[in-house]
Design a protein around this ligand. Structure first.
Ligand code: ZN
Ligand code: ZN
Length: 132
């Protein structure tokens, strides 16, 4: 289970729908009282952002014409209690290494900004992606 946390517009179809699925799995684990500490320790999930992240992914899914039937109204984990931290730059870089589809989406945008290091660019992308 993994929350990529970078702006959903940079996720290819597979990774967008994949992260959506994994958020519901994560929520399922919490509701059943299963431990997710391994995922937290590895920096793969942010428990306080489950609903917010889910909703921003769904917004992008709808924009692309995908269907969504699994709203999240509440989570067992209080949203005011910060647990887990995903390193967004690492996350973006790993996704770019792993997936040519996501890489293209990020790069095609990065090419618009000439003279900017990709690292700084990703940082900028991420600033805009944190929704509240
Ligand atoms: Zn859903
Ligand atoms: Zn991808």
């Amino acid at each position: 289970m993994r929350m990529w946390m970078i702006s959903p517009k940079y996720l290819c179809r597979q990774h967008l729908l994949g992260e959506h699925n994994e958020i519901h799995m994560l929520l399922g684990c919490l509701e059943k009282g299963k431990s997710v500490s391994g995922y937290i320790e590895k920096g793969l999930v942010e428990l306080h952002n489950i609903r917010v992240r889910h909703d921003s992914i769904v917004e992008e899914m709808i924009k692309r014409g995908y269907r969504h039937h699994t709203p999240i109204y509440s989570t067992p984990h209080p949203e005011t209690l910060s647990v887990g931290k995903v390193d967004l730059i690492q996350s973006a870089q790993e996704l770019m290494n792993r997936c040519s589809g996501c890489c293209l989406r990020i790069e095609s945008d990065a090419n618009l900004i000439i003279g900017m290091q990709l690292y700084d660019y990703i940082d900028g992308v991420i600033q805009g992606s944190v929704t509240n």
